[in-house]
Design a protein around this ligand. Sequence first.
Ligand SMILES: *[C@@H]1O[C@H](CO)[C@@H](O)[C@H](O)[C@H]1NC(C)=O
Ligand SMILES: *[C@@H]1O[C@H](CO)[C@@H](O)[C@H](O)[C@H]1NC(C)=O
Ligand SMILES: *[C@@H]1O[C@H](CO)[C@@H](O)[C@H](O)[C@H]1NC(C)=O
Ligand SMILES: *[C@@H]1O[C@H](CO)[C@@H](O)[C@H](O)[C@H]1NC(C)=O
Ligand SMILES: *[C@@H]1O[C@H](CO)[C@@H](O)[C@H](O)[C@H]1NC(C)=O
Length: 425
Amino acid sequence: MHLKAASAIIIGLAAASASALPKTPEWWKPKSWSNPTQQRFRTAELGPRPQFLVTDMEEGWLKDKLRSCSDAVARPSQFSIGHRGGACLQFPEETRESAEAGMRMGAGILECDVAFTSDRQLVCRHDQCDLHTTTNIVATALGAKCTTPFAAADGNGTAASAYCCTSDITLAEFKSLCGKMDGYNASATTPEDYLRGTPAWRTDLYATCGTVLAHKEFLELVDSRGRDFTTELKQPRVPMPFDGNYTQEVYAQQVIDEYRAAGIDPSRVWLQSFSFADVAYWLRADPAFGKQAVLLDQSGDTPGTFPAAVANLSFYKEAGVQVIAPPLQYLVSLGENNEYVPSSYATAAKKLGFKILTWSLERSGPLAQAAAAGDYYYSTITNGTHRDGDMYRLIDVLARQVGVQGIFSDWSATVTYYANCFNIF
Ligand SMILES: *[C@@H]1O[C@H](CO)[C@@H](O)[C@H](O)[C@H]1NC(C)=O
Ligand SMILES: *[C@@H]1O[C@H](CO)[C@@H](O)[C@H](O)[C@H]1NC(C)=O
Ligand SMILES: *[C@@H]1O[C@H](CO)[C@@H](O)[C@H](O)[C@H]1NC(C)=O
Ligand SMILES: *[C@@H]1O[C@H](CO)[C@@H](O)[C@H](O)[C@H]1NC(C)=O
Ligand SMILES: *[C@@H]1O[C@H](CO)[C@@H](O)[C@H](O)[C@H]1NC(C)=O
């Protein structure tokens, strides 16, 4: 039945996929913003990935337990934090589509990283200067406004380059861009070719023009679904104060002001920063927001710096920080049989009474490959990591032994599934 129609569709698809990101920006147009629907989605849609991971686990009680939940109706959980929207494994990061998919997959808390535009508006971007790898800017007229406009690879070993910042353009200009998968083509000789660089284990299927967001739009979207918020204040890439009197504190305060203006209760908001000064500012300026502010800690990336990072936890505690968020690998190490166990950092943070969040799951691609390549997030547990199913052993140690209260993930379903199975909401 309908064979003709079906084969016509298949031909159409084949033609389109020959060029995942089209040369002509014609159908790659920004979508107009319309108010989000009010549908809250009381259930979560988890798709096939949790089952794929569980099936891949080695035999044991954890696999049996997780398998026993395979037919249950899932609900959103605050344990599941949508990193860069919560679906950036497959959707353009920090876009409306990533947040919508993250919420559909049960993320109870959604992340927007903020950077500022030339007219001092807050927008969701993981880095103030990543527009050349996360949007189509170099292939638009706005590419001329970049701090460093696109320059082609010369074929003699000099890579293609570009460096484009939110502060190079206004909010209105930013809104004319399309969000895409993070990546670039270092051998590009044209701006259009520069846009292509998505790792093979991600996909361009949904990169048809991700809707980029102002922070205010993000608040409206997430609030309309009744979920909670985590805004990260990204480090400025321009000297501060910017444009005369835009200081770091004005920037940090602007985030709170937007929450206040939107009427969102501080209990629903986890502000984050890697800068202790930002967290200290929030604690001082607005304790209702400050008491849930999250200090992101990346000070112990090497075996040489790790002990100082552990030691410094008591300094942060005394300063009033209540939530600490190191990357995954700080919290785990390997036991005698290469099993995952809590690390010295985890033990110290727990003892000091911190709430602990951690980041980011599902950023590493296939795990055997990632471990072999010395992936950042698995660097302390490389020798105990062999298969994708190990991800649930990691989540289990983090949840039940370290006691983390939430895990940022690039694919929210993976964490939501665990949370539902262990009744963590
Ligand atoms: C690249 O190298 C070739 C051979 O040395 C030279 O002829 C050519 O001009 C170089 N191109 C650029 C853009 O530097
Ligand atoms: C990268 O750019 C080069 C030169 O423009 C092009 O030949 C190549 O196909 C591009 N790679 C991808 C993945 O599009
Ligand atoms: C910054 O300066 C502008 C004009 O120079 C002024 O309108 C604005 O109120 C100042 N903002 C702050 C926070 O001082
Ligand atoms: C502890 O953290 C503070 C604030 O980030 C920093 O100024 C200080 O140098 C750190 N101390 C050590 C020993 O790393
Ligand atoms: C992992 O195993 C390899 C080979 O057995 C060994 O050389 C290496 O030191 C181990 N790495 C760690 C962090 O234990």
